[in-house]
Design a protein around this ligand. Structure first.
Ligand code: ZN
Length: 326
């Protein structure tokens, strides 16, 4: 097999108010806002991308903020938890930080050989911070509100909840190349490549739970990384052959994407590592201005009038405390 999945590329969820979303992810969690753009399929709404210092795949949590929209329902057929990796020894710092921000949390508790705390974002999306001895470190935002030696280093993994896990497990292992590495109760762990942070999928089998409804506070889809456009074409061919209903390759400006629904109902995407977030603004300025793809640029005035104003986080690179996006 010449093509491969490297791990998580990004996770996209639905938020309510964009300001509250930015304040939580950039302010409390200290992620860098690496791209401020619009939902290309609905340009009157934002698409916010949070990640590490340079916006590398495997660190990117994105949101479609739908102010005033209905809350979703977490349940089966969904990614129900997004887990971030923090450095060894950083748990006490985070417990204090969440307390000071009045964020309720559960834990720390042990799972496999990990230390985990669990909490919700302001829209109810379930998050975890995970650490263990020897956990990989990354390149978190420099000069943000959280010191780099304590900061979120990128994704640890995701948890998918399913009514039955076998067919999803089959897709992960037989087609995408994951290996089952651990199991406890109804939780089955899969990892890909070298394993560890950014490559972990836990599938939880919860046959008596209700079916999830995707709206505010739930995950919309999860994207897996592939190296190149060529590998993506090969993935598309194979997934078509396996009988999945796959979209054509779509230009998402910062990566190229195909989408299909896995057997349990979660929307999967395969996204290319290139071209990345520095394609339309320098790394120092990522996330400091509203960026539009060339095909929407002619409508900038109209789009800026429709979008609610958002107070952006300060970044060491831009030297300003506040900027208005629109
Ligand atoms: Zn996506």
């Amino acid at each position: 097999m010449s093509k491969s999945i490297i791990g998580l590329h990004h996770v996209t969820a639905i938020a309510g108010d964009p300001q509250r979303n930015v304040d939580f992810y950039a302010g409390v969690l200290g992620l860098r806002l690496v791209k401020l753009t619009v939902n290309f399929d609905d340009p009157g709404t934002y698409h916010l991308y949070f990640g590490d210092e340079t916006g590398r795949p495997g660190t990117i949590l994105t949101f479609f903020p739908w102010p005033g929209a209905q809350k979703g329902l977490q349940g089966t057929g969904q990614v129900t938890t997004v887990s971030f990796a923090i450095p060894e020894g950083a748990m006490d710092y985070w417990i204090d930080r969440l307390r000071n921000a009045a964020v309720d949390y559960d834990g720390p508790f042990d799972r496999f050989e990990e230390e985990v705390i669990s909490f919700n974002d302001p829209d109810g999306l379930q998050l975890e911070l995970v650490t263990h001895p020897g956990i990989k470190t990354g390149n978190p935002q420099h000069g943000g509100p959280v010191p780099t030696e304590k900061a979120i280093q990128g994704f640890y993994g995701i948890t998918i909840s399913e009514e039955g896990y076998e067919r999803t497990a089959g897709l992960l292992t037989a087609t995408l190349g994951f290996k089952q590495t651990k199991e406890i109760g109804s939780r089955f762990r899969y990892e890909i490549g070298e394993g560890g942070s950014g490559t972990i999928v836990d599938v939880q089998c919860l046959p008596s739970w209700h079916r999830g409804v995707v709206a505010v506070g739930t995950v919309h889809h999860v994207a897996w990384r592939t190296h190149t456009d060529e590998e993506q074409r090969e993935w598309r061919e194979e997934i078509v052959e396996k009988g999945y209903n796959v979209t054509p390759i779509i230009d998402r400006r910062y990566f190229h994407s195909i989408y299909f629904r896995e057997p349990g109902g979660v929307l999967f995407e395969i996204a290319t590592d290139p071209p990345g977030f520095a394609i339309d603004e320098p790394v120092e300025q990522l996330g400091t201005h509203l960026m539009l793809p060339p095909w929407l640029e002619p409508n900038r005035n109209k789009i800026e009038m429709v979008l609610p104003p958002v107070r952006l986080p300060a970044h060491s690179g831009d030297g300003k405390d506040e900027q208005r996006a629109a």
